[in-house]
Design a protein around this ligand. Structure first.
Ligand SMILES: *[C@@H]1O[C@H](CO)[C@@H](O)[C@H](O)[C@H]1NC(C)=O
Ligand SMILES: *[C@@H]1O[C@H](CO)[C@@H](O)[C@H](O)[C@H]1NC(C)=O
Ligand SMILES: *[C@@H]1O[C@H](CO)[C@@H](O)[C@H](O)[C@H]1NC(C)=O
Length: 197
């Protein structure tokens, strides 16, 4: 990944531009936010755009996606409560709920506070042209069930993309589009009514 970035990005001059020296850690990513995410998993063979509500404080996530499986078009809402180790998946068209007991641990996004090391900083885009470039940082995190390579923006460490590896799921690549801080509708974290029956 490092090699790829370096070959794509010609200017690695973050320290000059911002006068920052050394390790940018701690890098506090916003703990609660929403975004549209593109998720790709080669092993499990899916690519999807989803709306994501992310809550690191309570270790939970809500994802909403329009998916095409075979000839069917579905809308799936997924609520993942890592503390309770439960996943609730609602198929809106079929009005079906599937509840799964999870064995994994919370999946952090952005820069996790623990077990993270700073790798490199880059300037991507048109260097020196106002509005054309952004400074980004690359971090590596050891997780209980795998590892995470994440690219975030400077200075507030918003997620840009990451590669999340676990032995169960293989590598999942995620691209974050339009991250907004906060959760607009906290009710998305309620267990869906359909699943309480
Ligand atoms: C995702 O959010 C956008 C903007 O709020 C909305 O228009 C769209 O319908 C949502 N998509 C899904 C799959 O929930
Ligand atoms: C999930 O765990 C609950 C107990 O927490 C158990 O009653 C249930 O049978 C489990 N479901 C599956 C599919 O393993
Ligand atoms: C950090 O790493 C240690 C040692 O590998 C591990 O025991 C611990 O669970 C990790 N912490 C997190 C939050 O993953």
């Amino acid at each position: 990944m490092k090699t790829l970035l370096v070959s794509l990005v010609n200017c690695v001059s973050i320290l000059h531009i911002y006068g920052r020296a050394g390790d940018p850690l701690p890098c506090h990513s916003p703990p609660q936010w929403e975004a549209q995410v593109y998720m790709q998993n080669v092993m499990l063979r899916y690519t999807e755009w989803r709306n994501l509500s992310y809550d690191a404080v309570n270790q939970r996530e809500y994802r909403s996606a329009e998916v095409d499986v075979a000839a069917e078009h579905d809308h799936i809402d997924t609520l993942i409560l890592w503390k309770e180790k439960k996943m609730y998946e609602v198929n809106r068209f079929l009005q079906q709920c599937t509840i799964t007991n999870l064995s994994g641990v919370f999946r952090p996004r952005g820069v996790p506070p623990l077990n993270t090391t700073y790798e490199e900083g880059y300037v991507i885009g048109g260097q020196g042209i106002p509005g054309e470039y952004i400074t980004v940082y690359n971090f590596y995190t050891e997780l209980q069930d795998g590892h995470l390579t994440s690219l975030v923006s400077y200075p507030s460490c918003f997620p840009i993309w990451d590669y999340h590896f676990t032995t169960d799921q293989g590598i999942q690549h995620t691209i974050y589009n339009g991250v907004t801080v906060g959760i607009t509708n906290p009710n998305v974290f309620d267990v869906p009514k359909l699943c309480l029956k």
